[in-house]
Design a protein around this ligand. Structure first.
Ligand code: HT7
Ligand code: ZN
Length: 894
């Protein structure tokens, strides 16, 4: 497949102010009639061809200014339709009639069938599967859309913008006309047709306008959409308060789809969501699912400004909208957790969100940045853009925005955002344009300071490492701190000779100092005294001298995770233990516990390799023992503090990576922590019991449930007497899905022999609810007892289908991503290859995501490495591979 380069961008030679689309909708065959009003862009030479994209379409007719064109007046290839428009320099119109076939479209891109309904997914390049069109984000048009269909099958016909009219037709069908007043690229187009339930409410915007918010779902699901509607209203008001951004539409619709490739899609005024991010009630959704819905509803809503009003010039700029919008949704969620709390508690509540976000970053993005798919947040090239909806573009992109927020401060960042909209509203722009707006505020507020090298974050791949050295001088009462940064060649860069040179980055590095008694030591900084200061590292190595430090300090580093870097320190176990008990920065405190656990787990693996006895667990045990009973810590925060690093993180830290050794060390450590602290876990379990009130997903009660489930998991892991009975009782008496699934998962993880009763009961109860059944599948596929034959047995059940992405994710992905002990076997590698190929024949976007599971095969120990390499080769050699999977697998094999 050809590689597309960012540097090759050229503007589209024609403008497209107005588009009219008419759809005759039917599942087997839908006819699309388009009328495209073009005009040459200034400077376009007469005779410049007009090129439109199209895929899997049947052409019926092409007209130019109303005149049907003969076959030799245009060129048709597999993926384009081109013609030479009249050279008079004036507007002209192209009319196209074409057919597409939603019922056989298993890719879920373009127009497709889900259940008995029709949906579209156009980002990034799905519109070309609907009709021939300039399918690129910098061509922005006003859309008018007429939908016609059989009202018995499709009683509801939705598209973007405002409903202009609805009418019955003489042939028994009906039609709806929609007009979107805002120019948009075609990736934001949407249509939905089918029979839905709907709940709605009106909200008053801060300028006093009434707007209608609606959530559409499958018939019978109305009551499960109340939380989503509530989140939408809260998102609307939060964006007004925090960013001064108001909804620019009279009507905002969210529609739940059962078959969907990702989380949701921000189509203008008509968001389409994976049902998993819309439907929730206490019986069917966990606390985490409630929070997930809040985050995704917020994310898509916030795209209305950061993505839709100001969009991307080209797909290399994807992080312009995604990184910024993830940052906004993270802040929204954090603010929702902290709402109404006094400042100290609010800080801890926000930290819980920060910990979860950093955890995701380390789990998904750090490995990506060290593998063959490493790319800057603004990639320089791609073969298939669908492969670049990555943790780097999204999560690292959000970190890059967050660093700008840290450097500018809340007020400065807000001023930068205002400036961004002042300059670029209604346009398709670049990441550089965004930084220009931020830089204009930074240089104005920090005269003499330079912002220019900050842009390197957009250019460089790889996770930088920051080495910290410090020296305390008791005589002068000074503390000298040296920060050194380096960034190893990332992914395929390592194979270049010579490897590319990476200039230093601008890294905001937040630190604090505490003394041996755990008290904060104030820092004198820029004429103020502060507990936390942000060192701005801009060079390969820089030293700061802090004065008036009365006692030797222990350094609290990278507070609030102020930059997406890996820390290298010579902090001792005692330093970490002190920070784990006393660091007033809740993120850094959590990180000290994580680091202690990581060190122990790696020491266990080393001891195994060397044939030595297992190292003592005293440090971690003591930290946990204290945290377990610390009433000053919120339950949600305590649940984070008392969680071991995820198994995947532990594997990823190994050199070489050794999944079986990591599983053994991790499992043993969990057993010991469970057993040694059994009494404390039991007390905590009882103390966190439900108070019997109505369910609420608020942070306090969900924190208590999280901590109680963690206690149960530890009791089972430590084989405490009566633990299985406790889990069975919790399952039976569960008052909500968090309790029920928590008990079922703990049993499957640690006492599978006792899980069969709850498993059968769960299936019986929830067999008709696909989202809940996904949980049932997922809990089993990720359990250590689920071997390849176990996962095959799950796939043989009548409830299983590879065509539904949620189900495929629940079974195949959970096994391949969250069951390393069983995946890393020869049968496991065969299974992976087989599933990548089976999925690729149906849905290349989803197959490509699964194919990423072996990205880092070359960093594994020799046996695993050889097995994965052979499986990758088997996939690459298969005939008819999609562009999506081919790009991933060929990059992995190098
Ligand atoms: N902007 C949306 C991206 C998306 C997508 C991309 C490729 C294939 C299917 C997709 N569905 C949604 C999601 C978002 O970031 O909000
Ligand atoms: Zn997004």
């Amino acid at each position: 497949a050809p590689t597309i380069f960012r540097q090759d961008y050229t503007p589209y030679p024609y403008r497209l102010p107005q588009v009219r689309l008419e759809f005759d909708l039917a599942a087997e065959s839908t006819q699309v009639r388009s009328e495209l009003r073009f005009e040459p862009a200034p400077g376009t030479a007469p005779g410049t061809p007009l090129v439109l994209q199209g895929e899997d379409l049947e052409l019926v007719e092409v007209r130019l200014d109303g005149r049907p064109l003969a076959a030799d007046e245009y060129q048709l290839t597999d993926d384009t339709l081109s013609l030479v428009p009249p050279g008079h320099g004036k507007p002209f119109s192209i009319g196209i009639v074409s057919l597409c076939h939603p019922a056989v479209n298993t890719t879920l891109m373009g127009l497709y069938v889900s259940g008995d309904k029709l949906f579209t997914q156009c980002e990034a390049q799905g519109f070309r599967r609907i009709t021939w069109f300039p399918d690129r984000p910098d061509v922005m048009a006003r859309f008018e859309v007429l939908l016609r269909a059989d009202p018995a099958v499709y009683p509801l016909l939705l598209s973007n913008g405002n409903l202009i009219e609805q009418a019955g037709l003489p042939d028994g069908r009906h039609q709806a006309l929609w007009r979107d007043p805002h120019p948009k690229p075609c990736y934001l187009f949407a249509l939905v047709a089918g029979d839905f339930d709907c709940i709605e409410r009106t909200e008053t915007t801060r300028s006093g306008r009434e707007v209608l918010l609606q959530v559409y779902s499958d018939k019978g699901c109305r009551e499960q959409t109340r939380w989503a509607l509530d989140c939408l209203a809260r998102a609307l008001h939060w964006d007004e308060r925090r960013f001064g951004l108001e909804l620019d539409l009279d009507r905002f619709m969210v529609v739940a789809a059962r078959d969907f490739n990702m989380g949701a899609m921000e189509n203008k005024g008509l968001n389409i969501f994976n049902a998993a991010y819309v439907l929730a009630d206490p019986d069917t959704a966990t606390d985490a699912a409630y929070r997930g819905i809040e985050a995704v509803i917020g994310h898509e809503y916030f795209h209305n400004w950061t993505g839709n009003r100001v969009t991307c010039r080209d797909w290399f700029q994807l992080s312009l909208k995604e990184g910024l919008t993830v940052f906004r949704d993270q802040e929204f969620s954090a603010d929702m957790l902290a709402e109404g709390l006094p400042p100290a508690e609010a800080a801890s509540a926000r930290a819980v969100k920060r910990i979860d976000d950093v955890h995701t970053l380390r789990l998904a993005q750090f490995p990506e940045d060290a593998g063959p798919m490493a790319h800057p947040i603004r990639p320089d090239s791609y073969q298939e853009i669908g492969n670049f909806y990555t943790a780097t573009v999204y999560e690292k992109g959000a970190e890059v925005i967050r660093m700008q927020h840290t450097l500018l401060g809340e007020d400065g960042f807000r001023a930068g955002m205002d400036e961004y909209f002042r300059r670029y509203d209604g346009q398709a722009v670049t990441c550089d344009d965004f930084v220009d707006a931020m830089e204009s505020v930074y240089v104005q507020r920090h005269p003499g300071k330079d912002f220019s090298i900050f842009r390197r974050w957009y250019q460089q791949a790889g996770t930088p490492r920051v080495r910290v050295r410090s020296h305390y001088d008791p005589e002068n009462r000074t503390c000298r701190i040296t920060l050194e940064q380096r960034c190893a060649p990332a992914g395929l860069e390592a194979r270049q000779t010579p490897p590319p040179q990476k200039p230093p980055l601008h890294i905001p590095f937040a630190i604090g100092l505490i003394d041996a008694d755990g008290r904060s030591l104030p820092i004198h900084w820029e004429d103020e005294t502060r507990d936390t200061v942000v060192l701005e590292l801009r060079e390969a190595s820089q030293t700061w001298t802090l004065t008036d430090i009365p006692r030797p300090p222990v350094l609290s580093l990278l507070r609030d995770f102020s930059a997406p870097v890996i820390l290298e320190t010579d902090r001792t176990a005692d330093d970490l233990a002190l920070l784990a008990r006393h660091d007033p920065d809740p993120f850094a405190r959590w990180d000290a516990v994580q680091e202690t656990a990581h060190r122990h787990l790696q020491a266990c693996m080393q001891a195994d390799r060397d044939g030595n006895p297992q190292p003592a667990l005293d440090d971690l045990l003591e930290i946990w023992r204290t945290a377990l009973i610390d009433p000053t810590l919120s339950p949600a925060y305590r649940a984070r503090l008392l969680a071991l690093p995820a198994l995947r993180e532990v594997i990823d830290r190994g050199d070489p990576m050794d999944p079986r050794a990591a599983v053994a060390a991790w499992t043993r450590t969990r057993q010991t922590l469970g057993a040694q602290l059994a009494d404390a876990w039991r007390t905590l379990y009882d103390a966190m019991a439900d108070d019997g009130g109505p369910y609420s997903p608020d942070p306090v009660s969900s924190g208590r449930r999280a901590l109680r489930n963690l206690a149960l998991d530890n009791l089972l892991a430590g084989q405490a007497s009566g633990a299985a009975e406790l889990a069975l009782a919790q399952y039976r008496q569960a008052r909500n899905m968090t309790e029920g699934l928590g008990a079922l998962t703990a049993l499957l993880q640690h006492a599978p022999q006792d899980a069969s009763g709850p498993l059968a009961d769960f299936h019986e109860r929830w067999r008709d609810d696909p989202l809940v059944l996904d949980r049932w599948f997922g809990a089993q596929a990720s359990a250590p007892g689920c071997t390849v034959s176990g996962v095959r047995a799950l796939m043989a059940l009548p409830d299983f289908s590879l065509r539904n992405p949620n189900r495929a994710r629940a079974v195949v992905f959970r096994f391949c991503m969250d069951n390393p002990g069983n995946l890393h076997t020869l049968e496991g590698y065969d299974f992976w290859a087989e599933q990548v190929l089976a999925l690729d024949a149906l849905n290349p976007e989803i197959a490509a995501r699964l194919s990423r599971a072996f990205d880092n095969w070359a960093r594994y120990e020799p046996v695993a490495r050889a097995g994965m390499q052979a499986a990758l080769q088997r996939v690459l050699d298969a005939p008819g591979l999609s562009r999506n999977v081919r790009e991933i697998v060929s990059k992995a094999l190098g």
